[in-house]
Design a protein around this ligand. Sequence first.
Ligand code: TRP
Length: 361
Amino acid sequence: MGKIILTGDRPTGKLHLGHYVGSLKRRVELQNSGEYDKIFIMIADAQALTDNADNPEKVRQNILEVALDYLSCGLDPAKSTLFIQSMVPQLTELTVYYMNLVTVSRLQRNPTVKSEIQMRNFEASIPVGFFTYPISQAADITAFRATTVPAGEDQMPMVEQTREIVHKFNSVYGETLTMPNILLPENQVCMRLPGTDGKAKMSKSLGNCIYLSDEPKDIKKKIMSMYTDPNHIRVEDPGQVEGNTVFTYLDAFCRPEHFAEFWPDYANLDEVKEHYQRGGLGDVKVKKFLNKVLEAELAPIRARRKEFEKDIPAVYEILKKGSEIARAEAEKTLHDVRDAMQINYFDDMELIAEQAEKYGK
Ligand code: TRP
C-alpha cells in the first residue's frame, strides 16, 4: 500500500497568497516529488455549503476560480486528480455511517469549529450540517485511503477527529480504514501569512488579501499601502522588522538570487533587516523590492492562468474526469466499509442461507 494524498479547499473565493505559501506551493512540490502514488485535490463545495446554504451561487461561481488557481500554480491533472466533492456521493454515505461513531460532545470540543461558530455568529442556531462537517471531512480523507493530508494547522482538529473515527471503525468492524497523518507546512512564516494590513490572517472579508489572480498594478498598490512599523516615520528612524508585514512577506518569498537580480546593494535579507533596524532605509525601497520579488513568483502563475482561461470548458472537463476517477476510488472504499459493517445484504450468501435454514428452506 502506497502513499496517498488527499487535501482540498472550500470554494468560497479566489485563492490568495496565504493559500499559496500555506498549502498550494507545497502541494505542487509534493506532486512533483514522485513520492506519492496517488494525489487527490478536492474542491469542497459540499463543505462550503454547510455555512453558505443560502448562497449556492457563490459556491458555484468559485468552483471555477479555485480550479483555475490550482492549475495556474502547477497542479497537473496528469499527476493529481482534481475533483468536486459533491460529485462523489459516496462521501455522503460514508459520513452517515461515521456519524454513529462520534458523540455530540466530541464535536463540540473541536477548536476550529468552535472559532468558526463564533466568527459566523452561529452560537444560537448552528446548522447541523456545519456542526458535523468534521465527520464529513473524515469521509473525504478515508474514502481515498489517504495516508497524508497536507494542510494548515487549523486542519489539525479535523485530522485528529478522522484518526479517532478510523480507530473506532477499525476496532468495532475490523481493520478497514487507513490511518491518515497531517503534513503541516515546513516553516513558521508559511503557517500563516498575515494580511497586507498586518492583521493575523488574510481574509476576504477584511479586504487584506493579495490574490493569485491579481494584476501587477493591483499588487503594487496593495504592497505600497502595506502595514509596516508605525514608529518608523522618517527614513533615519530605526525601524522594527518583527511584526512588520513587508519583512514577513520577504521572509516567506525572498531568495538569495533575488538580491543580485533586483537589489545588488545588499547580499541577503539579513543585511536589509540590519540596515532597516539601524535606521536610514525607507519603507518605499523595501516595498519596491518586495514587489519585484512577488512579481517574480506570480508572473508565471498569472501567465498559466491566462492560458487556462482561454478554454473554460476544458477546465470543467478536467474536473469532470477527476470526479469520475474519485468516484470509482471512493466506491471501492465504500464497498469495503459496507462489507465490514455487514450491510452488504445481497452479497451476503451466508446470511441468506442462514435465514433460509431458519425458516426451513
Ligand atoms: N476544511 C478545508 C478548508 O476549509 C477543506 C476540506 C474539506 C479538506 N475536506 C478536506 C481539507 C479534507 C483537507 C482534507 O479549506
